[in-house]
Design a protein around this ligand. Structure first.
Ligand code: TTP
Ligand code: MG
Length: 349
């Protein structure tokens, strides 16, 4: 098996809110603790792993958690703090690739196809970075689609790393309870249990039409996913991909005019990037000739920049690479491959 074909990673932080609280207040470490409302009427958002040994879990009322473990410590929720740390963790992911799909505050899919690296090394890089910077741990799942990568990250926690390769399918999933299969909610689980279907292996024996009867439209997805088929791509959360400008004018071959225009563009784009606190790595020059043919040239720099000189110099190189053998009616300049300033700084520490 070619390990690089396993290009989908699912990452999930371990006991996220509780771990952030332990990090900020180390005296909580090693003691059963939940994050949740101060009053007994509140509910548990999450429990640290010590508290989980008592059977305490998310969404359980605090009074019930305390009855299971009288010495339980409860810590109030600090959403702003978790969001702040989450943003920084995601910054580390964006340093590696823009193919990041955020699923929740502590969970993401990555498609690392373009990195051309061993996924285990990518995970270990992320793990080390997050540990060094935030003293927090996470679990990873590596596979060839989203469904399996998510199942894998949940398989061994905390600090887990599980790989599901095509060779391990479908046997690997056989013992899984239906609660682990995305698309089968508690009500459907009950319906299946009534007919003696409790595991993926049991589910495998049923045909697609039957699954559709019980699960509705998602029956088809479930039928395919347990067989290792999931075509959903990693969908990066809509982030601005590029910033550019272009103008159409009276057709011309005046090199000086075009170069000046390029300089103006570079200054405008640089100002815009600086205002938005972002930097770019790729510069693209576009020319439309009088006959309406469009030619572009692009180049990626070694480092991110929003400096007007640097953008202009590279744009000029690219422009000179394009022939001025015909009249030009449009000139465009774009800076792509964008990253926020604070992420750029983190990436190159
Ligand atoms: P999860 O990733 O589901 O849980 P977790 O990170 O605490 O633990 P695990 O190691 O099993 O991944 O959720 C992430 C955070 O979201 C969690 O720390 C608290 C919050 N959360 C709630 O507020 N309510 C809930 O019901 C759940 C499940 C999570
Ligand atoms: Mg988690």
């Amino acid at each position: 098996m070619d390990i690089k074909k396993l290009n989908i990673i699912h990452m999930d932080m371990d006991a996220f809110y509780a771990s952030v609280e332990e990090r900020d207040n180390p005296s909580l470490k090693g003691k059963p603790m939940v994050v949740g409302g101060r009053s007994n009427r509140g509910i548990v958002t999450t429990a640290n792993y010590e508290a989980r040994k008592y059977g305490i879990h998310s969404a359980m009322p605090i009074f019930m958690a305390k009855s299971l473990c009288p010495q339980l410590i409860t810590v109030p929720v600090r959403h702003d703090r978790y969001r702040q740390i989450s943003r920084q963790i995601f910054s580390i992911l964006y340093c590696l690739t823009d193919q990041v799909e955020k699923i929740s505050i502590d969970e993401a899919f990555l498609d690392i196809k373009d990195l051309d690296q061993d996924p285990r090394q990518v995970c270990s890089y992320i793990r080390d970075r997050v540990w060094t910077d935030f003293a927090l741990t996470m679990s990873f799942g590596i596979s060839y689609n989203k469904f399996l990568a998510k199942i894998a990250s949940d398989y061994r926690k905390p600090q887990g790393l599980t790989i599901i390769s095509p060779e391990m399918m479908p046997d690997f999933l056989y013992p899984f309870p239906l609660s682990k299969v995305y698309g089968i909610g508690p009500k459907s689980q009950e319906k299946f249990a009534n007919i003696g279907v409790n595991t993926v292996k049991d589910l495998m024996a049923l045909d697609q039409d039957f699954l559709i009867k019980i699960l509705g439209k998602s029956g088809r997805d479930v039928y395919q996913r347990i067989r290792g088929i999931d075509k959903r791509p990693v969908e990066p959360n809509s982030k601005r991909k590029s910033l550019g400008t272009e103008r159409t004018f009276q057709p011309t071959r005046n090199e000086k005019y075009l170069k000046n225009l390029l300089k103006t563009y570079a200054q405008e784009i640089s100002q815009d990037l600086k205002k938005k606190k972002i930097q770019g790595k790729t510069v693209i020059v576009k020319l439309k000739y009088d006959d309406f043919t469009v030619h572009t040239r692009s180049k990626t720099m070694d480092t991110y920049s929003n400096d007007p000189e640097q953008i202009y110099n590279l744009a000029l190189d690219l422009f000179q690479d394009l022939a001025l053998d015909r009249q030009v009616r449009l000139l465009g300049l774009t800076v792509a491959n964008l990253l926020e300033d604070h992420i750029v700084q983190m990436c190159f520490l």
